[in-house]
Design a binder for this molecule. Structure first.
Ligand code: GSH
Length: 202
């Protein structure tokens, strides 16, 4: 049985969303990032980084949420996994791009504008992150202005992996990027995504 470690309010949302799309059964250990459960020797043996998500798929241990989704989609022969090698390469392109250009930047920006106690917020860090977010969003906007989906002609692993990372971007004013906003809503309106949203509020 697949076991997923990680609270829905963490990058584990991506894994939970994928499991929902696949309709596969799983056991869920909703460990919150940095919680004591993620610092035990047992957990550190699963992921020496002490981070979530991690999966244990009948003894196969894997961390890194994007890699987990590639594995699960391929293993379960999901139509979300691109059959064509060029489409697969484009999926990698978008996933690696998001990790490089937007992932930490969005979190850093929100931390230093809203999440951290006011005394710990650093406007210069927020400003640098925002500059990078604007550049990244402009690139995404350009791609989504040309095509409804990131890769191919339907929702796929690329959309899932990138849109799940950008859940936090709902807290940013996206008015400047209407195609991104519409696409993000379209992705997060899927039943499997809505289920993860509901889990986040429980
Ligand atoms: N690149 C990793 C990032 C994992 C990650 O940073 N997870 C956060 C929660 S969203 C975490 O567990 N942080 C705990 C820590 O930094 O100790 C992935 O996508 O899985």
């Amino acid at each position: 049985m697949l076991r997923i470690y990680g609270a829905p309010k963490s990058r584990a949302r991506r894994t939970l969303w994928m499991a929902g799309e696949l309709g596969i059964p799983f056991e869920h250990k909703s460990f919150v990032p940095r919680a004591p459960e993620t610092r035990t020797p047992e957990f550190m043996a699963l992921n020496p980084n002490g981070r979530v998500p991690v999966i244990d798929d009948d003894g196969f241990i894997l961390s890194e949420s994007m890699a987990i989704n590639f594995y699960l989609a391929k293993k379960h022969r999901s139509p979300l996994f691109p059959a064509d090698s060029k489409l697969e390469a484009l999926t990698w392109q978008w996933c690696l791009w998001e990790t490089d250009r937007l992932d930490r930047q969005v979190g850093t920006y929100l931390n230093h504008t809203a999440m951290l106690p006011e005394a710990e917020r650093k406007p210069d860090i927020a400003a640098t992150a925002w500059k990078e977010i604007v550049a990244g969003m402009d690139v995404l906007e350009g791609a989504l202005a040309k095509s409804e989906w990131l890769v191919g002609t339907a929702f796929s692993l690329a959309d899932l992996n990138v849109a799940s990372a950008m859940f936090q971007a709902f807290r940013i004013d996206l008015a400047k990027w209407p195609y991104v906003q519409t696409w993000l809503n379209r992705c997060w309106d899927r039943p499997a995504a809505k289920k993860v949203r509901d889990m986040q509020t429980q």
